[in-house]
Design a binder for this molecule. Structure first.
Ligand code: UDX
Length: 460
């Protein structure tokens, strides 16, 4: 039962989660077929090119040999699958609720492709509101009984949330902290234990560009009921978002009393009960998960007549950070109308070209609304930002020095490591007025001061 055998795996959806999981499972020896209906994406994937900017992904895809396939035909793919993973999007509805229509549509389509007399495992990887797993089970049952094969085809629906971070998605997949499995029946857990066996036991050769982290311990498998598994994902993300909002709230007070929040975070983080990660004060969090998942939690609370003041406050503080940064600029420049302001970094965090819910883009929007001439730069997210900012009068720059020429202030909005190596002396010399609002506390205030900048960080 615990053999090293490879399984037939089908993954619906080739976004961050689907594609990295697919590439990783194929690398580990499973036969993986990734399904997507976007022809432009498939065109790239057939050539083993990645549609997203993600460290190591194309390199890993190149190592998967004949184990990794792509197709747009769901039903053909699922017929002889052992495990079908659903990893499609769950976008926010206008009330914050996560929209599960794509998950349910995928489940329906998958069930249409099941053949009689087999056992299938349907794994929900998308982040879905509590109760979705149960609903998906019913959807599948209905399709099967509609096809007159309700009795001789077994489908186990299993919840298996992921915790991967963009930019380190493959590392998080191959070397996870834990694997969470929510299943009604023990067989559901067994099947995922087999699927992830080589990760759980770390019995694979790490790809050279994704070495096993030093001191890495074998990940525990957390087996629980589907509803709790769904909740683990939301609670974990909200807690991380909360940690950041908390330090941002402290940062504001640090500014008032003259403390340095980076020192405060260092001193706090050494307490193992607190821990140092996710205590970097700045412009706050964005991306495809924290904003959506905290909104979904609030919506779930509301649905059940339950208020969640901590989650609400953590969102409020997060939004306020963007305005606080703009206000600092406003004060330093005595108004931003007509001023030339350069924004460095547009991705929601470094290491990705993703601009979804990016705080940097909001800063650009607020500045433009208030009449500033905004110039922007990003090492990889410029094209995505251009699409997101369509209709706004913003100048796009390929080179940060060109952007600084004649500008009156710079805002560092995403802490790309390459910005750390910018020549602050040279940059300052090109500015009309060397004002630097460091929205991510990337630079050393003293160094910036020596280079002639008026330096304004967050919480110091
Ligand atoms: C997050 C979770 O970390 C991951 O487990 C989950 O599966 C998906 O959501 P991701 O959105 O890729 O991953 O980014 P993450 O690295 O967690 O950063 C989220 C946001 O928080 C970014 O905008 C980042 O800039 C911000 N952040 C992070 C801070 O402002 N301060 C910090 O100290 C850490």
């Amino acid at each position: 039962k615990r053999g090293n055998s490879s399984m037939n795996v089908v993954i619906i959806g080739t976004g961050y989660v689907g594609l990295t999981t697919g590439a990783a499972l194929a690398y580990l020896g499973h036969r993986v077929t990734c399904v997507d209906r976007d022809p432009a994406k498939l065109e790239l994937l057939y050539k083993k090119k990645s549609p997203i900017h993600e460290h190591g992904l194309e390199e890993l895809m190149a190592l998967t040999g004949r184990n990794l396939h792509f197709t747009c035909r769901v039903q053909e793919a699922v017929a002889d699958a052992d495990v079908v993973l659903i990893a499609v999007g769950t976008p926010s509805k206008s009330n914050g609720e996560a929209d599960t229509q794509y998950v349910e549509a995928a489940a329906r389509e998958v069930a249409e492709g099941f053949v009689p007399g087999r056992l299938y495992n349907l794994v929900i990887k998308s982040t879905v509101p509590i109760g979705t797993n149960r609903r998906v089970s019913q959807v599948v049952k209905r399709v099967l009984s509609g096809r007159g094969m309700g009795d001789n085809t077994a489908v186990l629906v299993v919840s298996n949330p992921e915790f991967l971070r963009e930019g380190r998605a493959l590392r998080d997949t191959l070397y996870p902290d834990r694997i969470v499995v929510g299943a009604e029946r023990p067989e559901g857990v067994d099947i995922l234990r087999r699927l992830y066996q080589r990760i759980l036991e770390q019995t694979f050769d790490p790809p050279p560009f994704l070495p096993r982290p030093e001191g890495y311990n074998l990940p525990p498998l957390v087996s629980t009921d589907p509803t709790s598994a769904e909740m683990i994902k939301y609670a974990a993300n909200a807690f991380l978002a909360l940690k950041i909002s908390f330090i941002n709230e402290i940062a504001g007070l640090c500014e008032k009393v003259g403390a340095d929040v980076t020192e405060v975070a260092r001193g706090m983080g050494l307490d193992p009960r607190i821990g140092s990660p996710f205590l970097a004060a700045g412009l706050g969090w964005g991306g495809s998960c924290f904003p959506k998942d905290t909104a979904a939690l609030l919506a779930m609370g509301e649905e059940h007549g339950y208020t969640m003041p901590i989650v609400a406050a953590c969102r409020e503080v997060n939004l306020r950070q963007r305005y606080r940064v703009v206000e600092k600029l406003q004060e330093a420049l005595k108004g931003v109308r007509g001023r030339v302001v350069g924004v460095l970094g547009l991705a929601f965090k470094p290491g990705t070209d993703d601009v979804r819910e990016s705080p940097a883009l909001d800063v650009v929007r607020i500045l433009a609304e208030r009449g500033a001439h905004v110039r922007v730069h990003d090492p990889v997210a410029l094209a995505n930002a251009q699409r997101a900012l369509e209709g706004l009068e913003v100048e796009f720059f390929q080179d940060p020095y060109a952007l600084a020429q004649g500008a009156e202030a710079l805002v560092l909005a995403t802490e790309w490591p390459e910005y750390r190596h910018l020549d602050l002396d040279r940059l300052a010399g090109m500015m009309r007025t060397p004002v630097l609002v460091d929205g991510r506390n990337l630079f050393d205030p003293k160094e910036a001061g020596r280079a002639g900048w008026t330096y304004l960080g967050v919480g110091r």
